[in-house]
Write a protein that binds this ligand. Structure first.
Ligand SMILES: Cc1cc2nc3c(=O)[nH]c(=O)nc-3n(C[C@H](O)[C@H](O)[C@H](O)COP(=O)(O)OP(=O)(O)OC[C@H]3O[C@@H](n4cnc5c(N)ncnc54)[C@H](O)[C@@H]3O)c2cc1C
Length: 532
């Protein structure tokens, strides 16, 4: 299917453009597909052995364990992606809607399952606080409104530049929303019980924020899980990546894995119409070789962290935003344990949150005084509860994820102590003990994200969605100061998470088409610095 322009034409506006995509995460693969569909000749360079970026998979001894994302939310965005190319999600993977959505163990011994139905959710809320059931209706309809406003006005149409926000209609809608205060203050206006507030607020961790530093516009996340549901793709999230790779390859994208880009050299304009770039590659970390030496391209779309691109890949004279990158709030990193367990893991659902009754000290350890938490809030994923393709018969796949401050030192001794602290805590809080039945074990932490993905400060998520890093204040798709270089993925708009990264591929394609259309010459770049 060729590119459908806003006016309904279906030509190939990027025919003749050679475009390099650096990184094969969700954003990179999405951009590669849209760009190819719009007629460009696209080559993807990925430093690791497999495409997927953070969405990786450990495949060993009959286990297939996702190493990154595991909550498949906002299914409509995945549908929109595949349908653009005339394909359906069902051609690539099967979805199961989860019931309950997830469960919570509190460290005071309390336990709650969050049902997928509104009736069940209201009963649960009412059991904690008289009147909270009907307040939940109000809260969730407000969240739905924030979601619809956010998606229809800002996210789908890529309104991320300051001038887009100047539209009067938008200003009126924003005025109507008292959502620029923090999420914590906002949620308190609905619910008094601290456990209900935690249910409304925990999903901010998905955005790399805390209830104390994230604007209440992100109440829309409550609509995302409690109204729209939580899903699991058979085979795990890596099956979604497999589907995206199949699609991209079918469209004609060339993907080189194990091929890190080591430099992006902007060339002086070769002719009147286009900037060009020389891409150089180095040895891959897994096979110790590169599939290609690189090549010359008209444009480059970087899915790798912009911080890495500007610090390590561009010539020094182009990369002068060190103060800017140093002043950013990087989203949390994480400690992850990937386990294959012999026998059943009774007592845990597909998704479980283990929460201290007072979680502020853990957030403080992430955002204020970086340090290892003494009483962590964490998440346990047991996909084999729903999906028998992820573990061999008679086994379970278990992933434990503890959010941590980015940039923490993670030496072997600290990791060993923290592993013990978390597994002791899990056994004590949930009664689940499987340490003598572990048959596969791997882990990841801050340095893994820094080393494997070139993630600044080893962040597991990119830049937090603080007020100062949202919308026009987030890094733009057009890289400042380098005509023809673009950013896609979680660092840019719309932001963190698989659905957002899929959309950023669509938006960056639109930006490139716009740039080629306007004058034939690339327009002067709107510097992000204007919006700092
Ligand atoms: C543990 C964890 C749990 C998460 N949970 C969820 C969840 O449940 N739901 C959800 O929606 N999201 C979740 N997320 C967030 C989500 O995974 C990310 O937002 C998304 O996958 C990021 O995609 P991206 O397009 O930014 O690319 P990335 O995944 O960041 O990929 C960038 C790619 O660039 C490559 N690269 C870097 N430097 C170079 C170079 N020099 N040359 C070539 N290639 C290079 C990297 O190897 C990588 O493959 C989670 C993330 C993590 C880590």
């Amino acid at each position: 299917m060729s590119y459908t322009q806003p006016n309904g034409n279906t030509d190939e506006p990027l025919r003749g453009e050679r475009i390099a995509v650096v990184g094969a995460g969700f954003g990179g693969l999405s951009a590669a597909s849209y760009l190819t569909d719009a007629g460009a000749d696209v080559t993807v360079f990925e430093r690791n052995e497999h495409p997927g970026g953070y969405a990786g998979r450990i495949e060993r001894d009959g286990f297939r364990i996702d190493t990154g994302p595991s909550w498949y939310l906002m299914p409509e965005v995945f549908d929109r992606f595949f349908q653009h190319f005339g394909r359906e999600v069902e051609e690539f993977y099967e979805l199961t809607e989860l019931e309950p959505l997830y469960e919570i163990y509190w460290k005071d011994g309390d336990h709650a399952e969050i049902p997928s139905t509104r009736q069940g959710q209201k009963q649960l809320f009412e059991s904690y606080e008289s009147g909270a059931g009907s307040k939940l209706d109000d809260y969730l309809s407000d969240a739905a409104e924030a979601y619809e406003l956010g998606m229809d006005r800002f996210v789908y149409p890529s309104r991320s530049r300051l001038r887009d926000m100047m539209d009067l209609d938008i200003i009126r809608s924003v005025r109507a929303l008292p959502k620029l205060r923090t999420m914590d203050t906002y949620v308190k206006s609905y619910f008094t019980h601290p456990k209900l507030r935690q249910i409304a607020e925990y999903k901010l961790v998905f955005l790399g924020g805390s209830p104390y530093n994230t604007p209440a516009i992100y109440t829309l996340m409550s609509h995302v899980d409690m109204n729209l549901g939580v899903y699991h793709p058979t085979g795990g999230i890596a099956s979604v990546i497999d589907g995206m790779v199949t699609l991209a390859t079918d469209l004609g994208v060339t993907i080189h894995t194990d091929t890190p880009v080591t430099s992006i050299e902007p060339l002086s304009r070769a002719d009147e119409t286009r900037q060009q770039f020389d891409i150089t590659t180095g040895k891959g970390p897994d096979r110790n070789t590169a599939e290609t030496d690189g090549g010359r391209f008209d444009r480059v779309v970087a899915n790798a962290a912009p911080t890495h691109v500007e610090r390590d890949l561009l010539p020094e004279e182009y990369a002068n935003r060190e103060a800017y990158w140093n002043s950013r709030t990087y989203a949390p990193s994480a400690y992850l344990l990937y386990l294959g367990v012999n026998g059943e893991v009774d007592g845990l659902e597909h998704h479980s949150l283990i929460l201290p009754n007072d979680w502020q000290p853990h957030f403080d350890r992430i955002f204020d005084e970086a340090g290892w938490p003494d009483d962590p809030a964490y998440y346990v994923h047991v996909p084999s509860k729903t999906d028998d393709t992820v573990a061999p018969d008679g086994h379970e796949a278990v992933v434990i994820l503890v959010p941590l401050a980015p940039g923490l030192e993670d030496d072997t001794e600290t990791l060993e102590q923290f592993r013990k602290l978390v597994l002791d805590d899990l056994a004590e809080t949930t009664g689940v003990e499987f340490r003598d039945r572990i048959v596969l074990e791997e882990s990841a932490c801050v340095s893994t994200f820094a080393d494997r993905f070139n993630a600044p400060e080893g962040t597991a998520l990119a830049l937090s969605h603080t007020l100062g890093q949202t919308g026009p204040l987030r890094p733009a798709h057009r890289a400042p100061g380098v005509d023809g270089l673009y950013y896609v993925g979680a660092y840019t708009n719309p932001g963190i998470g698989m659905p957002m990264c899929l959309l950023s591929g669509e938006h960056v394609t639109n930006a490139i088409i716009e740039d080629t259309r306007k004058t034939g010459l690339l327009p002067p770049v709107v510097p992000t610095s204007t919006f700092r």
